[in-house]
Write a protein that binds this ligand. Sequence first.
Ligand SMILES: [Zn+2]
Length: 109
Amino acid sequence: MTLTDDQIFYLCLMGILLLIGIFFFLSKKFPGVSYEGELNLAEIKHYFFKKHRCRGCGHGLKRKKEKEFLEEGWTWFRDVLSYMKQYKVSYSLQCPNCQRTYTAEDFEA
Ligand SMILES: [Zn+2]
């Protein structure tokens, strides 16, 4: 049996549509994750490797990382159309003694 050009064209088209469908299905099933507000190198150094003391009472501070869900949807990520979940991350330090909170920026200086 030989196929006509038209039939080959439609077969290819269906194959491509199927691949696109699988791509969208898999992307959505396994969404990428991106974070906003990650610390830069200097902030990481200060945040993780320095001992911090509360400015009010002098107690040692506890690190706290908070993740806030922003949105999910289709977006271009590194030149690839991807289904992404976006989060905003914030790093803070909290005093277990007097409950004061400090942001990562507070410790840059
Ligand atoms: Zn304190």
